[in-house]
Design a protein around this ligand. Structure first.
Ligand code: NAD
Length: 502
């Protein structure tokens, strides 16, 4: 088991190489869930008014910079992230507890989205529509929006920032970032790399601001009238507080909140593929992805076999130090997360659930302050109260069904609507799940698990997941304002709808 001194040295080395300077202080404490111990104190930077004012000043210059020139900045940022991918992955593992391949995967998402944003810088297309009036042209143009406030969660400490920041910068916006208070080191590293890219490409200084602090700093950002868009990623509880506050001042928001993602496994499913997909989606990242699979809705003909196979896989999963190459399941973020997992398992038992595998804490002598758990598989008699909640820990509830309508009804009967999957070899079943009366989620997969999205698609979900979309496809439009223009080249004034006047 790696020790805290080694983690501390690794963190300091990565920060130094990424160009982070003068970060020691006592405003916040950097901590690692790997050993559960504090690493070192860091200085805060929670002056919201100053950060927003500087980002606003930079916006006035940046919005007038041609979009393809803005693209040079995200291109350089992507190159610097690539150069420092090992450092960034180390910091992700240290602060969020991700295993190496997932930490590197998260960093790869940052590089991918920078590449996407570079291409986008030449494709911020508006439409031209036929005008109903002779001698007229009707068109729309997309303009930069303003300062974007990014609030991010601990579990994707760098990818979520990059999805928002690479797209916002390409769109001509400037960014103020309030990362999770649990992951300040990754934020310092990303911010330093972007500052370097800004300096090297001659972009306006101040175009990216970092605010370190807790929810109170986030609240001040949310209330700032000079922040045009708040993109907030985190729990539904946070979104319930943030959404109305932004709406009250007529700001815009993108809300990316909790999920309660399910897979429907039909009788025709390829069970070998399904077992692998379910175990990664449900147990990977120690169940701490917004897209983690939390519910399994299995046809009664294959339920016993599938559930037994998943239980067997759970018993074998290597749980432990994320720096050990053999580990597949790292730690929970903290003791509170472990408490919530225990409470949910107790409630599930009280609601008739049968614990088939896992749920116990591991590695207590090796890392007494850390919270490692064996992922839990619980067979439930019905979709009871606890199954409808997101517990941000590795608990998979298994339910059975006999008819696809019943499975889809169960699937959709939760407050959240982020990601979903069907495992089937029957095209009719797959198409039904993808159709308008199938899954009600923002992400709907066939023979692929609920987690592990690519950056090319728009990412987000419905209902209590918040409705926002980020990353690829046309999600960029949320970061811009649309102007609709009528241009007349007629010698006469022609009014729309044939109205006569004068
Ligand atoms: P969290 O809600 O505790 O915190 C998220 C961020 O919001 C932090 O930066 C926090 O300081 C800030 N915050 C909290 N309350 C706030 C308030 N009232 N005003 C302003 N800012 C506030 O979430 P977490 O524990 O860091 O992350 C786990 C949650 O995030 C899970 O529910 C998970 O599903 C969700 N999540 C969603 C997505 C998505 O894209 N849908 C992605 C990652 C995580």
């Amino acid at each position: 088991m790696i020790d805290t001194d080694t983690l501390r040295a690794k963190a300091r080395g990565a920060l130094d190489r990424c160009g982070v300077k003068d970060y020691d202080g006592d405003a916040l404490s950097a901590r690692s869930p790997v050993t559960g111990e504090d690493l070192f104190g860091i200085g805060g930077s929670g002056d919201v008014e100053r950060a927003v004012a500087q980002a606003r000043a930079a916006f006035l210059q940046w919005r007038a910079t041609p979009a393809p020139v803005r693209g040079h900045l995200v291109k350089r940022l992507g190159e610097l992230i690539h150069e420092h991918r090992e450092d960034l992955a180390d910091l992700v593992s240290i602060e969020a507890g991700k295993i190496r391949s997932e930490a590197l995967g998260e960093v790869q998402e940052m590089i991918d989205v920078c590449e996407f944003a570079l291409g986008l810088s030449r494709q911020l297309y508006g439409r031209t529509m036929p005008s109903e009036r002779p001698g007229h042209r009707l068109m729309e143009t997309w303009h930069p929006l303003g300062v974007v406030g990014v609030i991010s969660a601990f579990n994707f400490p760098v990818a979520v920032w990059s999805w928002n920041t690479a797209i916002a910068l390409t769109c001509g916006d400037t960014v103020v970032w309030k990362p999770s208070e649990q992951t300040p080191l990754t934020a310092l590293a990303c911010s330093a790399l972007l500052d370097r890219a800004v300096a090297e490409t001659g972009a306006p200084a101040g175009l990216h601001q970092l605010l370190l602090g807790g929810p109170e700093v986030g609240e001040r950002l949310v209330d700032s009238p000079d922040v045009a868009l708040i993109s907030a990623t985190g729990s539904t509880r946070m979104g319930r507080a943030v959404g109305p506050r932004v709406a009250a001042r007529f700001g815009r928001s993108i809300l990316e909140l909790g999920g309660n993602n399910a897979a429907v496994v039909t009788a025709s499913a390829d069970l070998d593929l399904t077992v692998n997909a379910v175990v990664f989606a449900a147990a990977g990242t120690a169940g701490q992805r917004c897209t983690t699979m939390r519910r399994l809705i299995v046809h009664e003909d294959v339920a016993d076999e599938l559930i037994d196979r998943i239980a067997a896989a759970y018993r074998r999963l290597p749980v432990g130090d994320p720096f050990d190459g053999k580990t597949l399941v790292g730690p929970l973020i903290n003791e509170a997360a472990h408490g919530r997992m225990r409470a949910s398992l107790s409630q599930a038992a009280a609601e008739g659930g049968e614990l088939l595998a896992g749920g116990e804490r591991e590695l207590v002598p090796d890392a007494p302050g850390a919270f490692y758990v064996r992922p839990a598989l619980v067979r439930m008699p019905a979709q009871s109260t606890i199954v409808k909640e997101e517990t941000f820990a590795p608990i998979l509830y298994a339910l059975t069904y006999s008819d696809l309508d019943e499975a889809i009804a169960l699937h959709n009967d939760v407050p959240q609507g982020l990601s979903s999957a069907i495992f089937t070899r029957d095209q009719r079943e797959a198409e039904r799940f993808l159709s308008s009366d199938g899954s009600d989620c923002g992400i709907v997969n066939v023979n692929a698990g609920t987690s592990g999205a690519e950056i090319g698609g728009a990412f987000g979900g419905e209902k209590e997941t918040g409705g926002g979309r980020e990353s690829g496809s046309d999600a960029w439009r949320s970061y811009m304002r649309r102007s609709t223009s009528t241009v007349s080249y007629s010698e006469h004034l022609v009014l729309a709808q044939d109205v006569s006047f004068l």
